[in-house]
Design a protein around this ligand. Structure first.
Ligand code: CMC
Length: 434
């Protein structure tokens, strides 16, 4: 931090106020306007948070212009190549890479919390059979609040850590069971001899009547995808978790709010939307350019799903890594003709769009969701589970950000103000006189 300030002059009154200019470790300097209302009596207006830092955080750094993403200072490329999802979870929570002993202990703890309370199982059967697994996730993750209130003084760091461990451990079980329920298959209990991602694949695909061994190739690819989705600073779902948690709400309930925010197609739901779009393109037999033209047409609601990002004005580094995994996976395993065709269409679409002036002018590049769906399809994961897996991966980001917020002394409840544009001082007219 420096002593730099920014002077704001009120043209109407000539009053000058100096606002502190905060210097981050990296990224744009930030004007601290918290005293603006007291000094000038004005609010600031920034719908969609285009220029607003909603908090300070030491967890994830991203530079959208350069296409840089780092967790606790470690570049995503290094973590993707050398780390594991559970190690990344440890890093995000504890702000350091674990020693071998610490990692073994952490993996052990997570493994031993994978079971769900038997009564929680009954929640699943309350849903309609055709429920979207994300709807089930919102409900069941929220219901955890009712089951784990024994260790729930959020002021106690140890209690928070137990909550975090439970969440990370139980998310794959909830995610897999939401799929099992929606497809009428029996619930498969976790097998704690398996690793985190293998266990998820096992709970998704095993049958009590047959032996099932999760493929190490798929487990490795899934682990990588989880690493790439683990955190992404103050996106819509993370901000939702922070805002919900800022009222000291139960953290499981706050995370359920994050799951809901993630579901939308402008956010985590885009991976499902990308596959639907690629299928539509393949089935239509129309040239790709027609779809690119539609995406540019302001009178058409069609957008190229998996393209564009609020922060990245360069290639999303996660998309680069996922694109590589996608190629490797489709080469290394017996992928179907349809999966290969989807990948070809995605690559052709990317090429056409990246050369098109509209996309060039607006810096629209493929984002993390553009290729991830193709990988999920290659793993036989149904489309409505794509966003569920995103939620499973992002849980560590949500809860680490919540933990960071709650650890700050004197943190405040989030309470934005507004620019009121409605009517005022109307006179009530009784219904028989209207
Ligand atoms: N296809 C066509 N045009 C687009 C697209 C797209 N995918 N994305 C942005 N634009 C245009 C937009 O019409 C606008 O044009 P103009 O300046 O002429 O009005 C300009 O680019 C800026 O777009 P914006 O909507 O103002 O940008 P935003 O930062 O508010 O939205 C976004 C970001 C991700 C919601 C948006 O790019 C989008 O809808 N993309 C498709 C959905 C998607 O892939 N979402 C996943 C995001 S990454 C994973 C995650 O965060 O969960």
């Amino acid at each position: 931090m420096t002593n730099e300030t920014v002077t704001i002059i009120d043209d109407a009154t000539g009053k000058k106020v100096q606002m502190p200019l905060l210097t981050p470790t990296s990224g744009p300097k930030t004007i601290d306007i918290s005293a603006l209302y007291k000094e000038l009596g004005y609010f600031t207006y920034d719908p969609g948070f285009m220029s607003t830092a909603s908090c300070s955080s030491g967890i994830t750094f991203l530079d959208g212009n350069k296409g840089v993403l780092q967790y606790r200072g470690y570049p995503i490329e290094q973590l993707a190549e050398q780390s594991s999802y559970l190690e990344v979870c440890y890093l995000l929570i504890h702000n350091k890479l674990p020693s071998k002993v610490e990692l073994d202990e952490f993996e052990d703890i997570i493994t031993n919390h994978t079971m769900l309370h038997e009564a929680l199982k009954r929640f699943f059967s309350g849903f309609r059979r055709d429920a979207h697994p994300m709807a089930i996730m919102v409900g069941v993750v929220g219901a955890l609040a009712a089951f784990y209130h024994d260790h729930m003084d959020i002021r106690e760091p140890e209690h928070r850590i137990i909550t975090i461990q439970r969440l990370i451990a139980k998310m794959p079980t909830i995610a897999a069971w939401s799929y099992r329920y929606a497809t009428g298959k029996p619930f498969i209990y976790p097998d704690n001899s398996l690793g985190y991602t293998e266990n998820f694949l096992y709970m998704m695909f095993a049958m009590p009547s047959e032996e099932y061994k999760p493929s190490p190739l798929l487990a490795k690819a899934l682990d990588l995808i989880l690493i790439l989705h683990a955190d992404h600073e103050q996106n819509a779902s993370t901000s939702t978790v922070r805002l919900a948690g800022s009222s000291d709400a139960n953290p499981f309930a706050a995370v359920a709010a994050g799951v809901a925010a993630l579901w939308g197609p402008a956010h985590g739901g885009a991976n499902e939307a990308v596959i639907r779009m690629l299928m539509e393109i393949n089935n239509s037999g129309e040239p790709l350019q027609n779809f690119v033209d539609r995406a540019k047409d302001k009178n058409d609601s069609f957008r190229l799903m998996g393209f564009g990002h609020r922060v990245y004005k360069n290639y999303d580094p996660r998309a680069k890594l996922i694109r590589e995994i996608c190629h490797q996976l489709l080469n290394d395993m017996e992928s179907t003709g349809e999966q290969k065709k989807l990948l070809e269409t995605a690559m052709a679409l990317e090429k056409v769009a990246l050369e098109d002036q509209y996309f060039v002018d607006r810096n629209l590049y493929p984002n993390v969701d553009f290729y991830s769906g193709i990988i999920f399809l290659a793993m036989d994961i149904p489309m409505n589970m794509f966003t569920v897996i995103f939620a499973m991966a992002r849980t560590i980001g949500w809860i680490s950000q919540w933990n960071e917020m709650v650890s700050e002394p004197g943190y405040k409840i989030g309470r934005p103000r507004q620019l009121y544009t409605g009517a005022i001082d109307l006179e009530y007219v009784p219904v028989d006189k209207r």
